[in-house]
Design a protein around this ligand. Structure first.
Ligand SMILES: Cc1ncc(COP(=O)(O)O)c(C=O)c1O
Length: 365
């Protein structure tokens, strides 16, 4: 079933046509397996141009796999990974990181999906006490699960503090392209240069069919990674088809255009919704997501025509996501529908009129 009115996730977006063309072009005759093919070599060169010489790159199948393999490289089973309470590794990976690292996740509640230096320091408990797990890694999601984005300075402070505390830094970059586009900075400036040790690099949400990579900045982690990737069932035999997807997104900086576009569509949606009384936007819109609180009846009526989820049903908060495939017309149509449903609600006798409902204050960004 096709879902033309789609604001649920960037995972529901189609594959970018350039990626499909690249897959077809790669599908010519035999080639070496397990990453010894020319497409993988060229993709690794692209990664090294982005992140600098010495970067080691391990293409994998999916984001959960990239996170698990990265965390396995950084931990022993009595250790722990500090992350936010909203982190994908904590909420949406079915316990795979705990199962496959043997480590506890220390999940820190945050208002906006971003860890702070103070939160990180406060999570360092029981150090040296054999009754307690020992924090070894902090995992930061960029852009966050709330569509917010860590600034370069925030990352520098967090990575510096982590290293000072003896922790390594993992970044879940399932939406790293959206973060780079939002900040107007090169990928390297918000990863390797600020002190990230290992990155889960995402391409699937950026227009690929299914292509992610573990990007290693600490050369000592590269040797074990070769074995961990295979043992974690993330080694692709026909790797050229994963690599060809990266190459398609690299061509002419399509990855950046896609990320800029999806961010712009989220901003357009937020700008439209801000003008509608009775709806409040709950998070800073910096990436490709808009979080909003609206009346349940309105949300449920909209869901009959548009695909999106409640994020936190207890407070009637929904998540609207955009992608490379969201058009300005899709957004405008959605905003018009939201406005119409809110107006209908305001006409119900006994309920306050539109004019009486609060508006979301204008926020920068
Ligand atoms: C923040 C984040 N990390 C990782 C992933 C990767 O998940 P998957 O294993 O489904 O590719 C996702 C997917 O939604 C995500 O949102």
């Amino acid at each position: 079933m096709s879902l033309p009115r789609e604001f649920a996730s960037d995972n529901t977006a189609p594959v970018h046509p350039a990626v499909l063309e690249a897959l077809a072009a790669a599908n010519q005759g035999p080639s070496h397996a397990y990453g010894k093919d020319p497409w993988t070599a060229r993709a690794i060169e692209w990664f090294r141009r982005q992140f600098g010489p010495g970067t080691e790159v391990f293409p994998v199948w999916n984001g959960t796999g990239a996170n698990v393999v990265s965390l396995r490289a950084l931990t022993r089973p009595w250790q722990a990974v500090v992350c936010t309470a909203q982190a994908h590794i904590q909420v949406d990976e079915c316990g795979a990181p705990e199962l496959l690292t043997g480590c506890k996740l220390i999940d820190v509640p945050t208002p906006d999906g971003k860890l702070t230096q103070a939160m990180l320091r406060a999570s360092m408990k029981g150090i040296g006490d054999f009754h307690h797990v020992q924090p070894a890694v902090v995992s930061l999601t960029q852009a966050t699960e709330y569509g917010t984005v860590y600034t370069r300075d925030e990352l520098s402070v967090l990575c510096g503090t982590a290293h000072e505390l003896g922790l390594r830094v993992h970044m879940d970059g399932a939406r790293i392209a959206n973060a780079a586009a939002s900040l107007g900075l090169p990928l390297r400036a918000i990863t390797r240069d600020v002190g990230v040790d290992i990155l889960s690099f995402g391409a699937t949400k950026n227009g690929a069919m299914g292509a992610e990579a573990v990007v290693v900045f600490d050369p000592a982690l590269a040797g074990p990674m070769l074995f961990l990737r295979k043992q974690s069932m993330q080694l692709s035999s026909k790797m050229r088809y994963v690599a060809a997807q990266f190459l398609a997104l690299a061509e002419g900086d399509l990855w950046l255009a896609n990320a800029r576009h999806s961010n712009a569509m989220a901003h357009r949606l937020a700008a439209g919704v801000r003008g509608i009384p009775g709806i409040s936007i709950t998070q800073e819109v910096q990436g490709s997501a808009v979080f909003a609180i609206l009346p349940r009846a309105v949300a449920e009526r909209l869901q009959q025509e548009f695909h999106f989820y409640f994020w936190n049903e207890a407070i009637l908060e929904v998540r609207w996501m955009t992608s490379w495939a969201t058009s300005a017309a899709d957004v405008d149509e959605f905003v018009a529908a939201i406005r119409a449903e809110m107006a209908k609600m305001a006409e119900v006798p006994g309920l306050p009129g539109m004019a009486g409902l609060p508006r979301t204050p204008e926020k920068p960004g």
